[in-house]
Design a protein around this ligand. Structure first.
Ligand SMILES: [Cu+2]
Length: 124
């Protein structure tokens, strides 16, 4: 009688406790992952026009995508000698190159055929 009710109630109490823990962990995982994805979704566009980058220095959060769009008839690119930096190929007019800023640091870049064209991306 008394033993019988204990034997039935304990597993139920344990199940209820486990259920609460699972719900709490799931809730935390869902709420903590959503804002991070939103932050990483941004894109900053830099136009290349008249042999110059439209933004000389761009400061972004890690995870941001940088997109260079060539508006000149002449082919240009955005290339950094630094490891992990942008390694764009020459772009025809209205073509673009995207690079995700995955590492923090300062990335100086230039246009390979026109090294006087310079820019800088600071990733924080
Ligand atoms: Cu160029």
């Amino acid at each position: 009688m008394n033993l019988g009710t204990l034997n039935v109630r304990r597993p139920l109490a344990i199940l209820a406790a486990v259920g609460l823990v699972v719900a709490a962990v799931l809730g935390f995982a869902l709420s903590s992952s959503a804002p991070q994805n939103a932050e990483a979704a941004g894109t900053v566009t830099i136009n290349i026009k008249d042999f110059a980058f439209s933004k000389k220095t761009v400061t972004v959060k890690r995870g941001t995508t940088i997109k260079w769009v060539n508006k000149d008839t002449t082919k240009h690119n955005a290339y950094s000698d630094k490891s992990g930096g942008p390694k764009g190929k020459l772009l025809a007019k209205n073509k673009s190159y995207s690079w995700k800023a995955a590492k923090t640091g300062t990335f100086n870049y230039y246009c390979t055929p026109h090294p006087h064209m310079k820019g800088k991306i600071v990733v924080k």
